[in-house]
Design a protein around this ligand. Structure first.
Ligand code: COA
Length: 338
């Protein structure tokens, strides 16, 4: 008997062309290129121009993913973001309409930097259950709209970008089939990453930074390595894989030191640990599919390789999943031929 599974069938990503280098940040903040490189591994990040919204990036990435999957229609659109176009309505319907996908169901999933794994859980669940045959999952972030430009502990880390995958019904065992997706969350520590004001709890800012993204970086760092290694082991066990089976680790690009520590925890040699944080920074929920698209485009990810995905972020929330790379074709995210 063949088992219905959810298969990754296309990937696409888009990075806005404008760059902010470490030298640009050091011009206006008490920081330096040396500190940023040593403590985060980041050299530059892409930023959207003022007025460019999450849906604008999502449409570019979504259209590339549809092209990569060689399809023009899907049965649902799931979108993940921490920077929706507006507090209400969701951003997904706007993206679906602009991509010419008609009136298919379209909704947002909110899980900060773990959004892609949570989105994958929802999207692959509705495919595997037989509710739909094909889903576009888009992760899009305009962090420049929520990061305090004068806060050196966050302004140096985040970048803007979007990435998307097409998921389709298939069979377990074929290239691209997703293994079990493991997730977790801890609201007790939810204050470690937050925007305090602007929601129903605190409608308006009481302190100047309250409307901006805030993070207790040092504490988050420790949680990140611990939770991603734990949940990665759970996903590997659920898939029946050992660490030694993992040929490519694609972790949320939060900090090069976190990614390195995670690789060491899992016993993965550096050549198996993919990264693009040096050139893209931390792009929130977009970081995993962005790295998948980039690595597929530049040949670091090839057909049949066993891949482990893992993320951690605000919520707190974390997740991990496995798949065998399907060998889909992707454009490099910063290539803009159109
Ligand atoms: N330039 C120079 N100095 C800076 C700085 C910057 N951009 N940002 C912070 N510092 C300073 C701090 O003020 C502190 O100074 P002090 O010792 O005089 O108080 C010192 O550097 C060390 O700060 P700390 O916060 O301990 O630095 P760190 O090594 O932990 O690096 C982060 C800070 C934010 C880069 C790091 O903690 C991190 O990446 N955290 C996790 C991010 C993450 O995983 N997020 C997940 C969701 S996206």
């Amino acid at each position: 008997m063949t088992v219905r599974a959810c298969v990754l069938a296309g990937v696409g990503a888009w990075l806005p062309p404008d760059l902010v280098t470490n030298a640009d940040l050091a011009d206006r903040l008490d920081t330096s290129d040396d500190w940023i490189r040593r403590r985060t591994g980041i050299r530059q990040r892409h930023v959207a121009s003022i007025g460019v919204a999450a849906s604008d990036l999502a449409v570019k990435a979504g259209s590339r993913a549809l092209r990569s999957a060689e399809v023009s229609q899907v049965d649902a659109v799931v979108l993940t973001t921490s920077t929706p176009d507006r507090p209400l309505p969701a951003t997904a319907p706007v993206v679906a309409a602009r991509l010419g996908l008609g009136t298919v169901p379209a909704f947002d999933v909110s899980a900060v930097c773990s959004g892609f794994l949570y989105g994958l859980f929802v999207a692959s669940g509705i495919v595997a259950a037989g509710n739909v045959d094909r889903v576009l999952l888009v992760a899009t972030e305009v962090y420049s709209s929520i990061v305090d430009p004068l806060d050196r502990s966050t302004a140096v880390i985040f970048g803007d970008g979007a990435a998307a995958v097409v998921l389709r019904a298939g069979t377990a065992g074929e290239h691209g089939a997703l293994g079990p997706i493991m997730l977790g969350a801890d609201g007790e520590s939810g204050d470690l990453i937050q925007i305090p004001a602007g929601g129903s709890r605190q409608r308006t800012p009481k302190a100047p930074g309250d409307g901006y993204f805030q993070m207790a970086g040092n504490e988050v760092f420790r949680h990140a390595v611990l939770r991603m290694s734990e949940v990665s082991r759970q996903a590997l066990a659920a898939a029946g894989w050992q660490s030694a089976d993992v040929e490519r680790l694609v972790a949320h690009q939060a900090n090069a030191r976190i990614i390195g520590a995670l690789g060491d925890e899992l016993g993965l040699s550096p050549d198996r640990v993919l990264s693009n944080i040096e050139t893209a920074g931390n792009t929130g929920s977009a970081s995993i599919p962005l790295l998948l698209a980039q690595a597929a485009a530049d040949g670091r990810l090839t057909t049949g390789q066993r891949v482990l995905l893992t993320a951690f972020g605000g919520g707190l929330a974390w997740g991990a999943a496995t798949l065998t790379w399907p060998g889909v074709v992707a454009l490099h995210p910063s290539e803009h031929p159109e």
